[in-house]
Ligand binder design. Sequence first.
Ligand code: HEC
Length: 217
Amino acid sequence: MISLIRLGIALGPCLLLFAVALLVNADTEQRNWEIFTEMQYSVAHEAFGGALYDVLPNGQTLQNEVPGTVARGHAPLVLNPPAGTILASFFDEMRYAGETIQMPAKLRPLALAEVPEGFDPGAEERKVLARGQKMFETYCLVCHGELGSGKPGPLVEFGVAALDLSPLTAKHPDGTLYYIISRGGPARLMPGYAAQILPEDRWKIIRYLRTEEKPAQ
Ligand code: HEC
């Protein structure tokens, strides 16, 4: 009798493992046993309507923005010329933007006297420029090519090529460059990137552009 119990203790776990092995599909191409399915099959909510789910009282799952407010980091670009100043063309707007829009103080290169104690401006500078370069390579390089070397971007194969920016940017103040990135190129061939690139990143692109700038011709 005792030996039978011993046998049971020894074989029981083996049989259990065998049963589990049979249930669990070893074929990695096949879908396996699913126990908690909520994570695999999450419900797709209709963000702004549908009234399917009882998340918000009006049937939405996302809140509308509060009227009269602006989402953080998404300040719209508005030129507000004083009465009497007429901005008749895109060139007028670019010029006006250059005169009135300034790079935020925290993104401007610091003069030596402004550097707070214990602050490493070099590290900060490298971070800003690295981000600017990354954004440039993501959004601008396809058309404008590599900054500085002028090596064309990949779209040149499809007949799309824009000028190397390094000899062009010196003639534009920061505000004008910001305006061009946000609204598009003066000849209206380049689209605006306000929807894709956050304001802070647009300024960082400008910081990066300045590092490879060639004197205005
Ligand atoms: C789809 C291609 C394309 C992309 C992407 C693109 N550009 Fe342009 N860009 C152009 C073309 C074409 C022009 C010249 C024609 C025009 O003004 O629209 C131009 C003009 C410019 C000018 C004006 C140069 C001058 O003095 O005439 C600047 C500055 C500029 N681009 C910056 C950028 C920056 C920064 C980015 C990335 C955020 C970018 N562009 C992305 C095609 C592009």
